[in-house]
Design a protein around this ligand. Sequence first.
Ligand code: C6P
Length: 413
Amino acid sequence: MTQAQAQLGASAEDWRKDFPILDQSVSGHALVYLDSAASAQQPQSVIDAVARYHQEDHANVHRGVHTLSHRATEAYEGARDKIRGFINASSRTEIVLTSGTTESINLVAQSFCRPRVGPGDKVLITHLEHHANIVPWQLVCEQTGAELVVAPIDDDGQLELEALRALLTDDVFILAMGHVSNALGTVNPVKEIIAEARQRDIPVLIDGAQGVPHMPIDVQDLDCDFYAFSGHKMFGPTGTGVLYARESLLDAMPPYQGGGDMILEVSFDGTIYNELPYKFEAGTPNISGVIGVGAAVDYLQSIGMERVAASEQVLHDYMVESLSEIDGMRLIGTAGNKTSVQSFLLDDIHSHDLGTILDHQGVAIRTGHHCAMPVMTRFGISGTARASVALYNNLDDVDRLVEALRKAQQIFA
Ligand code: C6P
């Protein structure tokens, strides 16, 4: 048994069995799924929770006096409570349920920032961001005359912390930054940066899309103002997301969208909005999806996020080491603190060609710019191949990736 196998332990193999989709062949080969950063697979318990809701409990929430509506509401609100506990928010009123990280960030940009910023104000982001943490701020800046400022990264794909500190000036209205880079896997020292921003009274939004699935998150300990993430990257269904926000901030923010459920009273003279968090949840929500996220939280908690993080770190490090041993390999993203993701280029093979050849061998990776075009520009490339691991991967998956890459090299030789 290798050291990595010993570190991974037998439980990783048990977790894998919880994900029925992994037990299939693609192009005549056993599937190796290394694209969890794009969307993670769902354990049977999540699939069952969603199916049970559809089979037994489906009705609209918060609206009916009948039994099914009560059951649906209980399950939906129960999931909110689970999510609150999972990230240790102090109150369920701070958990706004959205369609994903993208909507969560747009909500903050439009409802928190837009009414408060103007010419002379700055919105600070970093060069590592996903488009979902760039474009909403560009829109706000266009709408208000505020300026978008970008903190630089170094050649390893790490934030230049001194430069970031220098940019935390009094005219910065908000700092919005990722916890973990989806393109490079860099883990940012968010707690330290949040503390520095707080000293200057600058609110901080953390894009936690790639953080929540891979490590324990405690929003009170982080002391952030906003934390956004998606259900489908943490083993829940698509079309689900969360915005954690401090209650005092949510209280002072106007609704993001108008419609049913976000009101207490409506007349043509005006509307009284609902209490938190419902003020920010207009219309019929993704009930089954949210229930699925609740089940995903149960699943992750049954393992424990510390174990998830430790196991994935072994996989990640093994992947990096194995990829490095291939001649012609160029790793993109070599930060000291990384998780889950490795981007790379091989010889001069286009990343899309690599992805296709790997798919023919049953290995699923993502290729292209990963919705992080500025990161690609920083490295002078148009895209990369990206492999990302989750708790259900094992060392064989990494070996299969390496084998498939070597085959691609033979094809292109
Ligand atoms: N990244 C990837 O392959 P949504 O689409 O709203 O669930 O998540 C958007 C998003 C925001 N921030 C980060 C850091 C992300 O990684 C993502 C989604 C996927 O990397 C799809 S582009």
